[in-house]
Design a protein around this ligand. Structure first.
Ligand code: NAP
Length: 363
């Protein structure tokens, strides 16, 4: 199969660099276009990213001489680009939203990591193991906006909720509706982008606040669990989530301590483990290249999961869960971990794109 040629908007940032690293040798996709801010415009990729390169590999040689475009110079995009990953962080969300739709209107699908379009009703916010069917809203989006050339925007949710959403959804899918959920996240520094939080705030410290993160952690799940309606995604209203989000001195890997109350019947601890261990969904059925064979890994050791030891499970695409117990106030509690820049960002975006290719939305 000839590879699909792609571009990366925000290619110089932490998430953009992860796309560069993870897409090396991807069986379906080949990067031929990189774009970032006006500061990077016109520079070779290796110069633009120079001191910011934070990946455990060298900059791939085939990309180091590629000239960086300004994301706003859409006319200069390589004409062979079939879709773009968006990992840009413009100063305001309105601008990001507009730039993403400008690409879509040009017939270039956008698979985004930005929060700008997450609450646009006709834009699907995807975790492919959960709401793969939300891609069916894309024709509605195209109709709403008069897009007739195949362009669209699809987004990924916030990295904070990746660790708990799939385990919670697996229980709901097995017939155990969840009524309420209390979550405390312990989020890695790389989640703040580069250069991120000042080192003097992070070393020997925990910061009990991440701007906007608690709202995202509480509200984005409602769209993800919603259903595709006639004009957009209709939110689910059957679950209440309360989140406290903290930044901890860990490089990669967002952890969440979760307490759940079920609506009706309460599954036994053994039943929950069995549900998680056997959970599979469409990405696994379609055998997508970035789909983890086991989307949820349960660890029996009392002291796991740990970011340093478990974030790379299934190449960073698995959710690792442990410490499942009955709870004295809620019904159960557990700890869950996901790699924020892989599953929670670039790897999650790649899985979304693979689903969109497999379903014929990206040609
Ligand atoms: P980052 O390291 O700060 O990178 C930001 C990128 O945006 C850089 O490529 C930067 O280009 C570009 N940019 C900045 N200002 C711009 C402008 N005015 N016009 C065009 N491009 C501009 O941020 P990040 O962590 O990679 O995050 C990127 C996006 O992904 C954000 O929306 C973030 O919320 C989201 N996200 C991040 C994570 C994570 O774990 N880090 C997880 C999920 C989602 P220059 O290098 O030229 O400045």
């Amino acid at each position: 199969m000839q590879k699909i040629k792609i571009g990366i908007l925000g290619a110089t940032g932490i998430v953009g660099q992860n796309y560069i690293r993870l897409l090396q040798d991807h069986p379906w996709f080949e990067i031929i276009d990189v774009a970032a801010s006006p500061r990077s415009k016109g520079k070779k990729y290796s110069e633009a990213v120079k001191d910011k390169w934070a990946q455990p590999i060298m900059i791939p040689e085939v990309l180091s001489d590629l000239v960086v475009r300004d994301v706003s110079d859409i006319d200069k995009i390589n004409k062979e680009v079939k879709f773009v990953f968006s990992a840009m962080d413009l100063p305001n969300k309105e601008d990001t939203r507009n730039v993403e739709f400008k690409y879509a209107e040009r017939g270039i699908p956008v698979v985004s990591n930005s929060s700008a379009n997450r609450w646009t009703a006709d834009v699907p916010m995807l975790i492919p193991e959960i709401n793969h069917d939300h891609i069916n809203i894309i024709p509605v989006q195209q109709k709403n906006r008069g897009i007739t050339n195949g362009g669209f925007v699809a987004v990924k949710p916030n990295c904070s909720l990746q660790s708990y959403m799939t385990p919670v959804y697996a229980l709901m899918k097995a017939g155990y509706d969840v009524e309420s959920c209390i979550i405390t996240t312990l989020q890695a520094i790389s989640g703040a982008g580069y250069p991120g939080v000042p080192s003097l705030d992070m070393i020997d410290n925990i910061v009990p606040y991440i701007g906007g993160e608690e709202k995202k952690s509480e509200e984005e799940p409602l769209k993800i669990l919603g259903k595709a309606g006639s004009s957009g995604i209709e939110n689910y209203s059957g679950i209440k989530i309360s989140a406290t989000c903290t930044r901890v001195p860990v490089t990669d890997g967002h952890m969440a301590c979760v307490s759940l109350k079920f609506k009706n019947k309460v599954p036994s601890i053994d039943k929950i483990k069995a549900i998680w261990k056997s959970f599979k969904s469409v990405p696994q059925e379609l055998n997508l290249p970035f789909a983890p064979a086991a989307p949820i890994i349960y660890m029996e050791n009392e002291n796991r999961p740990q970011p340093k030891k478990d974030r790379n499970n299934e190449k960073g695409m698995a959710i690792t869960v442990g410490r499942l117990h009955e709870d004295h106030i809620f019904d159960i509690k557990f700890v869950a971990l996901s790699h924020n820049t892989i599953r929670g960002a670039a790897g999650g975006g790649i899985l979304n794109a693979e689903l969109l290719v497999a379903r014929g939305f990206i040609k």
